[in-house]
Design a protein around this ligand. Structure first.
Ligand SMILES: Cc1ncc(C[n+]2csc(CCOP(=O)(O)OP(=O)(O)O)c2C)c(N)n1
Length: 379
């Protein structure tokens, strides 16, 4: 079904404010929203995380009396549960909101390991939260959708939250906006240079999304094993805390966290904590492409913000930046010789190889090899 129909129905029902975090199953909706309203405008805001998106929708309702639409991947339900249960719920402020949730890991479909459990519990989570829902699939007819949408709107009128669950391929768009920036270096080339700069004992913790997939494939192409890389396939925004936990416990190793700007924004409190703990063995590399590139390219909430400025005020003693292979080689040469924490911001283009694959090892194999490497004396 076309996302434009969903938005047209929303507008007719008086829903005219949209906030969320993008998802690949919701690419049609995101493209349509971007084409109609841009981002960070009065009508549409890309939030830092899904809980924040719920907050925006709550504020909109308080100010206008109109429910808003909040979109997210089901992975983001975890971030949203607290405001859903303690803010929107009818036993608290009873604030209505229409959730539109991409259903990764739907039981009976094939999906990546990080989506399997979340996919299995998604409908149950909504039931436990007392949130009525309807499911939109690729075969749902327009009349069936209109009927289900009408029922969800009646729920909103009772000052309750309702959800529309989006199966794979259910929403498409005729809009294909071009997301991008003016940078030229690819994320994959940048990642390869970072791996090159490391010492044999160093380890890497990489963030959710295509960056980890690229690191896996760079190692494969080079005939290297994967034991130095912890690929954080899920848990968006938490790679730097995983890396900090390792850095605290293994002060004799250099830990490189390879992060994304969307992931950093999702849990920004991590940066002052890293600055305060000040692990000397920590290099925080943030790929700043200004976008949620992995899930379609919608801009991140921070716009053109320089992550280096945040790092400086968070207490990182060293802040480096690069936007080309040459400037990156120079920055990496410095990063290797500094006592951290070091923040290295790499400004990259949007986009990825069309034939980018996914890790062929399981997360448990990744964990075991990584732990063996970390516990070996000279590994
Ligand atoms: C909590 C949560 N919300 C949303 C997603 C969906 N998601 C996966 S990757 C990604 C974008 C990551 O953006 P960024 O960190 O900037 O990396 P990029 O893809 O641009 O390299 C999103 C939103 C998720 N996995 N988890």
């Amino acid at each position: 079904m076309l996302a434009s129909l969903l938005l047209d129905k929303c507008e007719t029902a008086g829903i005219d404010f949209y906030a969320g975090v993008p998802d690949s199953f919701l690419k049609g909706l995101c493209d349509e929203l971007y084409a109609r309203f841009g981002t960070d405008q009065a009508r549409h805001i890309v939030a830092a995380n899904e809980g924040g998106a719920i907050g925006l929708c709550a504020g909109h309702y308080l100010a206008t009396g109109k429910p808003a639409l909040c979109y997210m991947q089901n992975s983001g339900l975890g971030n949203a549960v607290n405001p859903l249960a303690s803010l929107m719920d009818e036993k608290v402020y009873a604030l209505p909101c229409l959730l539109v949730i991409g259903w990764r890991g739907e039981p009976g479909t094939h999906d990546e390991p990080q989506h399997v459990t979340q996919g299995a519990v998604t409908l149950g989570q909504l039931s436990l939260l007392n949130i009525p829902y309807a499911v939109l699939g690729p075969d749902t007819s327009v009349p069936d959708f209109c009927q289900a949408f009408g029922e969800l709107v009646s729920v909103l009128k009772e000052n309750r939250t309702a959800a529309l669950i989006i199966r794979k391929g259910a929403l498409s768009s005729e809009q294909h906006p071009l997301y991008g920036n003016h940078e030229t270096m690819s994320r994959e080339d940048a990642a390869a240079l970072v791996l090159d700069a490391s010492a044999p004992k160093d380890v890497f913790v990489s963030t959710t999304g295509k960056l980890s997939r690229e690191i896996f494939e760079i190692r494969e192409k080079r005939g290297e094993d994967h034991r130095r890389d912890f690929l954080t396939v899920g848990s968006m925004g938490h790679a730097s805390m995983i890396a900090l936990g390792i850095a605290e416990a293994k002060p004799d190793r250099r830990i490189w966290c390879l992060d994304g700007d969307g992931a950093v924004m999702m849990h920004l409190g991590t940066m002052p904590l890293i600055g305060r703990r000040a692990p000397g063995n920590f290099v925080h590399v943030v790929i700043n492409n200004g976008a949620h590139e992995t899930v379609g390219g919608m801009p991140v909430c921070s716009g053109s913000l320089r992550i280096g400025d945040l790092a400086r005020s968070s207490g990182y003693p060293y802040v480096l930046s690069a936007d080309s292979p040459d400037s990156l080689r120079t920055a990496l040469q410095s990063a290797k010789n500094l006592r951290g924490p070091v923040l290295l911001e790499i400004r990259c283009a949007c986009g990825a190889r069309k034939d980018l694959g996914r890790p062929t090892t399981t997360p448990i194999q990744n964990r075991n090899a990584f732990m063996d490497f970390l516990s070996s004396a000279n590994g």
